[in-house]
Design a protein around this ligand. Structure first.
Ligand code: C5P
Length: 229
């Protein structure tokens, strides 16, 4: 299992300071909507300058018509990032078009599909999708797998089931990870690092427990130790 640290800080400078603090760690860094809307391609380049080995996950969760998604996928690939994501609810045609477009790109990034956001509880999820989270997450994962994607974003609770229903090498990236036992932030379906590991999550995403701490490097080192046990 690998660690992905969310660069969700409020300023460009604070994001780059966090990346600099973690520059010797073999980790993923997640650039989300706020940071990318504000800083764009420049931020990607600056992160790679801090350490070219940082793997960058561009978390823009795209959802649009197939042709527009394929165009956006090509533009993201040209940024030199290592992974990005799309919404599985965009459908198999859109996801297949994205993968077709990337097939001609050298060193194309990995592509993940968002299944059910971890902030949903059953009731709110059902209001939108008319289905249980588990069932719909598995169905979305199957669609993504059949469309040739590399994996999905899901909660740790669905990770292992998704692998059983797709392939053991199909990547699961799981946010909603609690580091302290007592903290919950705004996530409904939170899981411990050990639980994510036991459910075969490939990459865990952690943000606030790291960057809100007085010692982000120390927290990252402890998480890595817990991953490796
Ligand atoms: O909660 P934390 O700050 O660790 O979240 C890190 C990342 O995980 C966020 O950038 C967000 O994209 C994702 N997340 C999520 N579902 C939530 C909360 C956060 O997918 N409920």
């Amino acid at each position: 299992m690998e660690l992905c640290v969310a660069l969700d800080l409020p300023t460009t400078r604070s994001n780059l300071e966090l990346a600099t603090t973690l520059k010797d760690k073999n980790i993923w860094l997640k650039v989300g909507l706020r940071s990318f809307i504000r800083d764009g391609e420049k931020l990607i380049k600056e992160i790679k300058q801090i350490n070219p080995k940082f793997k960058i996950f561009l978390d823009l969760k795209i959802y649009d018509i197939p042709n527009t998604m394929a165009d956006a996928a090509e533009s993201m690939a040209n940024l030199g990032i290592d992974m990005f994501n799309v919404h599985a609810s965009s459908g198999k045609l859109a996801m297949s078009k994205v993968m077709q477009r990337l097939s001609g790109v050298k060193d194309a990034p990995l592509v993940l599909a968002v299944t059910a956001l971890t902030s949903f509880d059953e009731e709110n999820f059902k209001n939108i999708y008319n289905e249980s989270i588990e069932k719909k997450a598995i169905d979305f994962a199957k669609d993504a797998y059949k469309s040739g994607l590399n994996g999905v974003v899901c909660s740790a609770y669905e990770s292992s089931l998704i692998k059983v229903n797709t392939d053991e090498n199909f990547i699961t990236l799981t946010p909603g990870i609690k580091v302290d036992v007592d903290r919950k932030d705004d996530q409904k379906r939170v899981a411990s690092i050990e639980f994510a590991n036991s459910e075969k999550s490939n990459i865990i995403v952690v943000g606030r427990p790291i960057y809100n701490s007085d010692d982000p490097l120390g927290v990252v080192e402890k998480i890595i130790q817990r991953i490796e046990i």
